[in-house]
Design a protein around this ligand. Structure first.
Ligand SMILES: C[S@@+](CC[C@H](N)C(=O)[O-])C[C@H]1O[C@@H](n2cnc3c(N)ncnc32)[C@H](O)[C@@H]1O
Length: 228
């Protein structure tokens, strides 16, 4: 571990809007804001928007600035990446953002049922082939995320990956989820707003390589919730 990373880990722990807990800690003592993030942490009753695999938090922070009437939480397993977003939030005194360092699979230890209104995935690893079971946009993970997402909740996916784009569209069709938007090139000159104005670290890399950036939003087939 480099000194710079260690320094960032230490600084993260000084931010009041940054949280990390081990699985054991959360199993023995529930997270203090689970079920009451808006009321007890943000001090309002605004909806919660979660970004899973937020990296440096460009979307979490960028959306928070554009939508002050919503609360944004960025989640990633890598604390040194989260540091960048958490530091910006501190420097700019942004009030509607928090960050969590945890595994996406442990999400139900951090949020209660129906607590989250929207979930963003920005440039998740497509995890081809044998690693597909690690793919965040997959029935396995969606089942976990369903536990905390409202029935009318929305998933957003922004990706450079044709594989992930086609896979997600196929999954939506097969499971009768409700497709809201499907854009095969967000920089086609017809899209404005956050989708083209906020660019993540990885997005900038892929754009330099000339890749096409795609976007999908959808909500889940309510039958998924009835299955439990
Ligand atoms: C390709 S990066 C994209 C980061 C950022 N969204 C961007 O566009 O720059 C994927 C991110 O997902 C995170 N990640 C992957 N699997 C995860 C998991 N199971 N739980 C939490 N974070 C995960 C990684 O740590 C990494 O920061």
């Amino acid at each position: 571990m480099t000194k710079r990373k260690l320094k960032r880990f230490d600084e993260n722990r000084t931010f009041s809007h940054y949280f990390e807990r081990t699985h054991n800690e959360l199993s023995s003592s529930p997270f203090e804001y689970k079920g009451s993030w808006s009321k007890d942490f943000f001090g309002n009753d605004n909806p919660i928007i979660l970004e899973i695999g937020c990296g440096k938090g460009e979307y979490t922070v960028g959306l928070a600035k554009r939508f002050p009437d919503k609360n944004f939480i960025g989640l990633d397993i890598k604390g040194a990446r989260i540091w960048r977003g958490a530091k910006t939030v501190q420097e700019e005194s942004i009030k509607n953002v928090a960050f969590i360092r945890t595994q996406a699979g442990s999400i139900d230890l951090w949020f209660s049922e129906n607590e989250v209104s929207e979930i963003w995935f920005t440039f998740p690893d497509p995890q081809p082939g044998a690693r597909e079971n690690k793919r965040l946009m997959s029935p396995r993970y969606l089942k976990i995320f369903t536990k905390i997402l409202r029935v009318d909740g929305i998933f957003h996916l922004k990706t450079d990956s044709d594989l992930l784009y086609e896979y997600t569209l196929g999954m939506i069709k097969e499971n009768r989820h409700r497709l809201i938007h499907q854009i095969n090139n967000v920089y086609n000159g017809q899209i404005s707003g956050a989708l083209t104005e906020i660019q993540t670290h990885y997005e900038q890399i892929w754009l330099k390589e000339g890749r096409t950036i795609k976007y999908i939003s959808f909500s889940l087939n309510p039958a998924i919730y009835e299955q439990g």
